[in-house]
Design a protein around this ligand. Structure first.
Ligand SMILES: Nc1ncnc2c1ncn2[C@@H]1O[C@H](COP(=O)(O)OP(=O)(O)OP(=O)(O)O)[C@@H](O)[C@H]1O
Ligand SMILES: [Mg+2]
Length: 385
């Protein structure tokens, strides 16, 4: 059977007067891993809960494998949800926590009776099949030695793996995960990331993964959906989201350190001027004369002499980060500092090169509403190269 796809269609949701989601359209292809990323409060969890059936949308529908499941309750949707808080039963062992969804699904109330149940015909076979599946999942997640422990006797990472195991043994049609790694320390987070990606590949089912951590989203997902204020601004492959953001909020949210944004005005000849300095040429901005130029820290260069298309700055401080260094600069008339990311070995020498250039074709231009302005015509900074 082909793995199912998930389609969230024109979803809208309000809590009382507060509009939380508007016009959300998202299609997750069969076997695809999509990360929903966005700042706190933008509606990620609400959208995931709607997909799971834990919340009902005011508008729109949830379609799983071509079937409208909007009116179907969570338990019958066959999707496995993994939460940040693990949601394990504290009085049950890891094994019992993992077994519970299988026992509930495969065995009748009579068969589940503590003592009598196991003497009913067929029950032993069912229990032994469940036991085998749990052991296979536990081996895969490296939690086999922990199966007899209760949640209080495990670390956060171990509990999270039990929660993943519980989702896995159900053979769900989709995984829905809400910040499953945010309670783990940095090293364990990186390790568990790969485990989740691996688990997704093996299970081969649709995965919708909520995070506010852009690194996690870019590193794990096939495609990233950037959400802001209850809307999806862009859905694209990680490198496209980074390189080719269609909105200023996507450009600002994705990328660390943040993209530099310079306010500029575009004259009739299509030149973008930042203060008295021309920063780019050939901009076709029919909608506004005020634009913002976005340039990523790794595309800024420091030089010692002024040329056309450059900006004099004062170098405020140099921050060493091990593998890289950040040069914090301030330009006259600009409120925010500009940050250039440079190789650490060169950082000190750059103190005496207070002229900032953007490398060719690295400028992203946004109109006053934040939409990306067509880029083809831009001859940004060629003269500075
Ligand atoms: N049951 C509820 N009743 C009222 N408002 C709610 C409810 N659930 C969520 N909200 C509001 O909806 C908005 C979106 O919440 P949601 O939990 O979806 O955000 P989020 O993107 O998951 O944020 P975070 O990254 O902090 O988890 C928030 O403003 C929140 O206060
Ligand atoms: Mg949330």
């Amino acid at each position: 059977m082909k793995p199912p796809a998930l389609h969230l269609k024109a979803i809208g949701k309000a809590f009382g007067e507060t509009r939380v989601l508007s016009g959300i359209d998202l299609t997750v292809a069969p076997g695809e891993f999509i990360a929903l990323v966005g700042p706190s409060g933008c509606g990620k969890s609400t959208l995931l809960r709607i997909a799971a059936g834990l919340e009902s949308p005011d508008e729109g529908s949830v379609v799983l494998d071509g079937r409208d499941v909007t009116a179907i309750r969570a338990a019958d949707r066959d999707m496995a949800m993994v939460f940040q808080s693990y949601a394990l039963y504290p009085h049950l062992t890891a094994r019992q926590n993992m077994a519970l969804p299988l026992v509930m699904r495969r065995m009748t109330a009579r068969e589940r009776l503590p003592l009598l149940g196991r003497f009913l015909p067929g029950v032993r076979a069912k229990l032994s099949a469940i036991r085998e599946e749990i052991e296979a999942a536990a081996t895969m997640l490296k939690i086999a030695p922990l199966l007899e422990r209760k949640p209080a006797q495990m670390s956060g990472g171990q509990r999270q793996r039990v929660a993943l195991g519980r989702a896995l043994v159900r053979h769900p049609r989709a995984f829905l995960m809400d910040e499953p790694l945010s309670n783990l320390d940095a090293a364990l987070r990186v390790h568990t990331r790969s485990e989740i990606v691996d688990l997704h590949r093996r299970a081969g089912v649709v995965t919708l993964y909520v995070t506010h951590d852009q690194e996690e989203a870019l590193g794990m997902a096939d495609r990233v959906a950037v959400m802001l204020g209850g809307r999806i601004l862009q859905v694209a492959a990680p490198d496209v989201i980074y390189r080719d953001p269609q909105h200023i909020d996507v450009a600002s949210f994705i990328g660390s350190p943040r993209i530099n944004l310079l306010p500029a005005s575009v004259d009739a000849a299509g030149r973008a001027q930042c203060g008295t300095h021309i920063m780019a040429d050939g901009i076709d901005s029919p909608t506004s004369s005020q634009v913002r130029l976005g340039v990523r820290p790794e595309h800024l260069r420091l030089d010692s002499e002024a040329r056309p298309w450059s900006l004099p700055v004062a170098i405020e401080r140099i921050e060493f980060l091990g593998a890289g260094a950040l040069v914090h600069c301030r330009a006259e008339g600009l409120q925010d500092p500009l940050i250039a990311s440079v190789p650490p070995a060169r950082a000190e020498a750059l103190r005496h090169r207070p002229i900032l250039h953007a490398s060719a074709n690295s400028l992203l231009v946004f109109d006053s509403a934040g939409a990306r302005v067509g880029q083809r015509q831009i001859a940004a900074c060629h003269a500075a190269e």
